[in-house]
Design a protein around this ligand. Sequence first.
Ligand code: UT7
Length: 359
Amino acid sequence: MRYADITGWGKCAPPAILTNDDLSTILDTDDEWIVSRTGMKERRIAHVPVSDLAHVACARALAAAGKSAADVDLIIFGSCTFDQLVPNSASRVQQLLGADNAACMDLNTACTSGMYALSVATAMIKSGSMENALVIGAEVTSVLMDWSDRDVAILFGDGAAAFFLEASDEKSGVVAESLGCFGKNRDILDVTGWGLKYANQGLMLGDTKWNFNGQEIFKRAVVGMSRACDTVLEKAGIAKEEIDLVVPHQANLRIIDALAKRMGASEEKVYINIQRYGNMSAATAPLALVEALEEGRVAPGDKLLLPAFGGGLTWSAHLLNWGARIKPLGTTDVDLPPCDKTGLQLVRDIIAAKKTVKG
Ligand code: UT7
């Protein structure tokens, strides 16, 4: 049987940091509230568009896999903050990489986009239609954030991660998954001004208001992810105790704790980096997996469980059999241009730019 092994991985965390104390200079909030309610201490703010973050993550994933851009068959870009819709943003990554032989598609399921992209790429490789793929989870929500709304502005950050997948005869990569959506509840995470329908209502694209029912989203996140995990384990015929590491979507530390409790997973079996990045939407679980690898938390043959949740309300869980490679084969000089601003300066620039356009 054919599988899709993950042989390369890379992340791109933009350098500018926005701390909780920074947020308290523009919003009625404080470090104590944010840490106790979310577990977040700081997040990154991008000084470049999301495609540029994705490009760097992809270059690193290719170097880790020991491949060149010309080898790539397919690029799937998971995000909901594409800098362009036509042409799509995957084609921008192709252009920046010089991956001239790749098919290119964008995929949006909000925070789960990177994980859904992993499913699509795996299925296409398993079916034989592709030999390999670059899968991206990347997001720049800072530009579309309503920076006057403390309920949501504290929660999100920018980032990107990418994986290189190759056809393999070994039982590795995604071995079971469960995907779904609570569409009936889609309005509890709804961003007004983020889509073409708002152009007819005289709203400037990007002038957003977030209809965000945090407590209801919280409940559905726990239910959606824990049910998806149960389904995946049942499909794979393995017990909870056999999971070596859970690498969850990081939207709130309390959501992760509730999920871990339901899974009976001890602290050391759950990977957490929410304190450094907040919720990077599509980049979150992919970047967490990259950091788990970098920190030596993944061994060859490990069983990894990746639950995720996002707007839609989409949910997912993936069971991965990690393959043989846990160290990158190579590195690359490809990097972001330098950033001479702090996270807070970048946020103030976004707020000022929106005011200028609105007049
Ligand atoms: O990726 C998926 C998308 N998002 C999520 O999964 C998020 C899910 N939800 C959550 O993480 C949590 O519901 C939040 C972190 C958003 C909110 O936490 P909470 O414990 O549910 O707080 P709350 O909304 O019940 O608010 C409690 C209080 C309120 O004040 P009152 O009414 O009790 O006086 C809020 O106005 O905290 C207030 N509050 C804040 N205070 C300081 C809300 N946001 C803030 C803030 N700083 N940033």
